[in-house]
Design a protein around this ligand. Structure first.
Ligand SMILES: *[C@@H]1O[C@H](CO)[C@@H](O)[C@H](O)[C@H]1NC(C)=O
Ligand SMILES: *[C@@H]1O[C@H](CO)[C@@H](O)[C@H](O)[C@H]1NC(C)=O
Ligand SMILES: *[C@@H]1O[C@H](CO)[C@@H](O)[C@H](O)[C@H]1NC(C)=O
Length: 323
């Protein structure tokens, strides 16, 4: 009885091992662009046969000699494909510098010494090639915190370590433990082009621009010329301010808005311009006024008038301007 069972088991075992078979583990592989991928593969064949040829193919269409095309003879692959297996049971291969064009099903093929004992390893192994993508809000207000995510639909191992770049410079500080970069209390200097990568992989994601917005600051008024203004002169006031997005500028004289735009021209200045001017810088995040500037207008007294005037009168007119 035991003997029969043993025979039975041997027959079962022989029956199993005689079957041509190819197994891929895992059957789906997600590879990062430009990385090297190892496709693990095992095969079995009838023990009384010997293997004449092993190769990988990516199509089930036969070529002219009624055989599947050997990938290692394909110029697109020959430099990148490396057969790591043997002619016994291991059919592992490595494909390096994976590109989007490599997204395919791949099949292992073996040919034995017996003409009709050939095998194509169905259903093949599926290679998916994926990009890394930075997900980020387009803009963040200064002082807020922002979270950037390095997205990959590849099921990456937990040990995957992400590297972040700003303007192509690796960020050594503030790297999060997983695929998230958290910027707390964002500063203007944090604006820039962000990309991410995986440690030990050369592929870097496309860059994503992070814009840091903030209300106006450093609002000040500059005046062209020496500052000595004589009646009838033209004066240009320039409002400078720092903001993102750019601010709308308006000009205030006394309490009244008198103009807009970064540059304010006063032509033919008269004494009633002797007032305080301010500019106001405003964007959707806030507004800020400059310090007031006072135009210091010198009176130009016509000398012939002065000469004929007595001293008393001169004292009076020197403080107001004549027209
Ligand atoms: C097959 O060969 C590869 C490369 O030599 C090796 O890493 C892998 O462990 C082998 N697989 C088996 C099942 O022996
Ligand atoms: C791909 O990898 C090579 C080195 O292995 C590197 O020189 C190249 O810059 C990488 N290409 C991209 C697009 O990341
Ligand atoms: C603008 O203001 C900041 C402080 O808010 C200061 O550090 C910086 O030097 C100022 N820049 C200019 C150009 O005045």
């Amino acid at each position: 009885m035991v003997f029969l069972l043993l025979i039975f088991l041997i027959v079962i075992h022989r029956g199993y091992s005689q079957k041509e078979n190819v197994r891929y583990s895992p059957p789906h592989i997600c590879a990062l662009k430009n990385s090297s991928v190892i496709i693990n593969c095992n095969f079995t064949y009838p023990p009384e046969r010997s293997i004449m040829k092993t190769f990988w193919t990516k199509t089930k269409n036969r070529n002219t000699d009624n055989e599947f095309p050997d990938l290692s003879e394909d110029p697109e692959y020959s430099q990148r494909l490396q057969y790591l297996g043997d002619k016994q049971k291991n059919c592992t291969m490595r494909l390096s510098h994976v590109t989007q064009k490599d997204e395919h099903k791949y099949y292992f093929r073996f040919i034995t010494d017996k003409a009709n004992v050939k095998w194509l390893g169905e259903p093949g192994v599926t290679l998916t090639v994926l990009d890394l993508q930075v997900e980020s809000p387009e803009r963040v207000t200064e002082g807020d915190s922002v979270r950037l995510t390095c997205k990959s639909s590849c099921a990456l191992t937990d040990r995957a370590t992400f590297i972040w770049y700003r303007n192509s410079q690796p960020l050594t500080e503030r790297r999060d433990r997983n695929n998230i970069l958290l910027l707390q209390s964002v500063r203007r200097e944090d604006a820039g082009r962000y990309s991410c990568a995986l440690q030990e992989h050369t592929y870097i994601s496309p860059e994503v621009h992070l814009n840091v917005v903030y209300p106006p600051r450093n609002v000040s008024v500059f005046m062209n010329g020496s500052g000595e203004i004589v009646e009838g002169d033209s004066v240009t006031l320039i409002c400078s301010s720092d903001s993102n997005p750019p601010a709308e500028i308006s000009w205030i004289k006394g309490g009244t808005t008198v103009g807009s735009g970064r540059i304010y021209n006063i032509s033919k200045i008269r004494s009633d311009h002797r007032e305080e001017y301010k500019c106001k810088s405003r964007n959707e995040h806030g507004e800020k006024y400059s310090e007031a500037v006072t135009l210091n207008i010198m009176c130009e007294l016509v000398s012939s008038v002065t000469i004929t005037l007595n001293y008393f009168f001169y004292m009076i007119v020197s403080d107001i301007c004549l027209f």
